[in-house]
Design a protein. Structure first.
Length: 332
């Protein structure tokens, strides 16, 4: 899509969503706070985005980072990396969040629209494969304002919307033609674990509607001649200890709702941290992940991005955002 068309879509979305600055309804929390006055709702973030870090990330799915096998260290030297911006605050704040330093503790610093646009352009100059917006839902307005500035200055990377899935469908509809690759989580189907672990009993109701609209907008995973995604929807699911039944239900819903070729990223990188309740204070067992992986394979998800070898690996996918370089994993 030409930059001028995307700019127009961004401007239209900003106009449609302008009321959310004074009466925030960007996410299902429906806090209705006036963020212009510095008030904060559930996410803990005011009118300006708070950024923890912006960097080339080599631990995303291979079609996003340009790496070898997903979740391994087999990284080609020419891998561009995903141009990832980690936003602080979160509208979900799972008790077990591996990014708790920024989702719960909100580490990072406020940035203005100009500075955020500059980060986007720097990532492009560094050769990033895409612009990967992590936890964007609650800071969508400053993201859109910054994106408009960046587009006016030559920004052209695919935009990846890396979300926990707890989104309002009305907001997702306004991102049509702006987002190139949707990367939503689908965490739970049952209200009980969603309420216990993420404080959102309605998680699946909201995620289901949002993911369906994402797929309507971007039904096909399209890659360029370098094998990098330029369009599509990839659904992520993190397998939790003791929650195999719900993981299988997530896969059943995805397979029944979408054609089996919807891309699935099945993650095994769970590590107990932050405020994980007692039943989650252990690592994921290989046999638990294996059961879900076998189900994914038999369901025909294609492509299927898997992490079968992380059980003995060091925590290179678990970041420390107090470091200048949060991830220990470096491309070879």
């Amino acid at each position: 899509m030409p930059a001028t068309d995307k700019i127009r879509r961004v401007e239209r979305a900003l106009a449609d969503l302008a009321s959310n600055e004074a009466d925030c309804r960007l996410c299902p929390r429906d806090c209705r706070v006036d963020r212009r006055r510095g008030l904060t709702g559930y996410c803990g973030i005011g009118a300006r985005a708070v950024v923890s870090t912006a960097l080339l990330h080599f631990g995303e799915e291979p079609v996003l980072s340009g790496t070898g096998n997903c979740g391994t260290k087999e990284t080609p030297a020419e891998a561009p990396g995903s141009g990832t911006v980690f936003f602080s605050g979160c509208n979900l704040r799972c008790l077990f969040c591996q990014n708790y330093q920024i989702s719960w503790q909100r580490g990072g610093r406020e940035v203005g629209d100009e500075e955020l646009a500059g980060m986007m352009l720097v990532l492009q100059e560094q050769g990033a494969a895409n612009l990967n917006l992590v936890s964007p839902s609650h800071v969508l307005l400053p993201i859109l304002r910054a994106l408009r500035l960046a587009l006016q200055r030559g920004f052209s990377l695919p935009v990846v919307y890396n979300t926990n899935g707890y989104d309002n469908i009305e907001i997702i509809e306004r991102l049509n033609g702006i987002v190139d690759v949707y990367l939503p989580d689908c965490k739970y189907t049952r209200p009980e674990p969603a309420a216990r672990y993420s404080g959102a009993a309605d998680y699946f109701d909201k995620a289901r509607a949002a993911i369906q609209d994402m797929f309507v907008q971007k039904p096909d995973l399209i890659c360029n001649d370098r094998g990098l995604a330029v369009s599509g929807t990839i659904v992520r699911h993190l397998v939790l200890p003791g929650q195999v039944a719900d993981s299988l239900a997530v896969l059943d819903w995805l397979a029944e709702t979408f054609r089996p070729t919807i891309p699935l990223s099945l993650m095994s990188q769970y590590r107990p941290c932050w405020k994980a309740p007692v039943e989650l204070r252990r690592g994921l067992r290989p046999e638990e992940y294996r059961m879900v992986l076998l189900k994914a394979k038999s369901s025909g998800f294609d492509p299927l991005f898997a992490q079968p070898n992380l059980f003995e690996a060091e925590d290179h996918l678990n970041p420390d955002f107090e470091r200048d370089e949060p991830f220990r994993w470096k491309p070879s």
